[in-house]
Design a binder for this molecule. Sequence first.
Ligand code: AMP
Ligand code: MG
Length: 304
Amino acid sequence: MKTTLLVARPHLSSDDLAIAADLLKGGHLVAIPTETVYGLAADLFQPEAVKKIFYLKGRPPDNPLIAHISAIHQLERLVQNPSPLLLRLAERFWPGPLTLVFERRSEVPGIVSAQLPTIAVRMPSHPCARQIIEAVGSPLAAPSANLSGRPSPTSAQDVLDDFEGRLSVIIDGGECSFGIESTVIGLIDERCVLLRPGAIPRQAIEEVLCTTLLDPPKNGPVLSPGMKYRHYAPKARVYLVDNQDDLKVSKGSTYLPDDLNAQNLYSHLRKADRLGYLEIVIVLNSQIRSDEALMNRLTRASCG
Ligand code: AMP
Ligand code: MG
């Protein structure tokens, strides 16, 4: 299969939009840009298409997907009894990088949310993502467009590196502005829980709720199955150190990213792999330590 890149800066031409929308309506997958990371999209109401996402990524079937919508009325097709707390967050942060976990309507194919009674939903702000969802006329199920376990893709080239020849169309919308995944919020007994730290900081959400966010309980059922997998890992081994002298750095085989932040983390990890480095050493300065989402991804990409 030949992989074609369709360029969106920031919108797709009407011809290219028709190509992408027809593929999705026909039950095929298309990689799309969003403001967080690139997504591997399928029409959410076609279970056979959604199945292809798990197959192509090598994603464990118990790791649920996020539904992407372009207008608030689409929420009605996906969720029931929406909590006013979650709706308040949607009103404040949508469109944008916040994912909210609602009660799932029974009409939503179970494969999307790994048979959980809930469904994670977000409304992206990226103009091209919104354009495509609107043209398909249906919410899209879309996890990050990387092979399972690899760093998330923040450019069309990253998607191509993982899926060249296995995907017919990748939409090139340039570099993702956030470069890190959405924040995921769920509910326990009508209290909001931070299931995954991400692009929207904890404090911004707490300000809107006027209360602190809970952390997921350590015991009991896993509320966010994606968080249990080692993740975001490049081929090179990742070491986190307090200062550079903590580890013998061998020149030539060690990649030392400078100016590391949440926005450029994945591009650094992928760059180190492209250049063939065997290890990546990250010096944890105070700026990195204070970024909860960045620390979460670093810990999960590293060997300790
Ligand atoms: P990805 O799209 O690859 O960034 O991963 C989606 C993330 O959302 C994973 O961490 C999932 O565990 C989480 N997620 C998706 N659906 C649900 C759900 N119904 N309940 C809890 N977490 C979810
Ligand atoms: Mg992912």
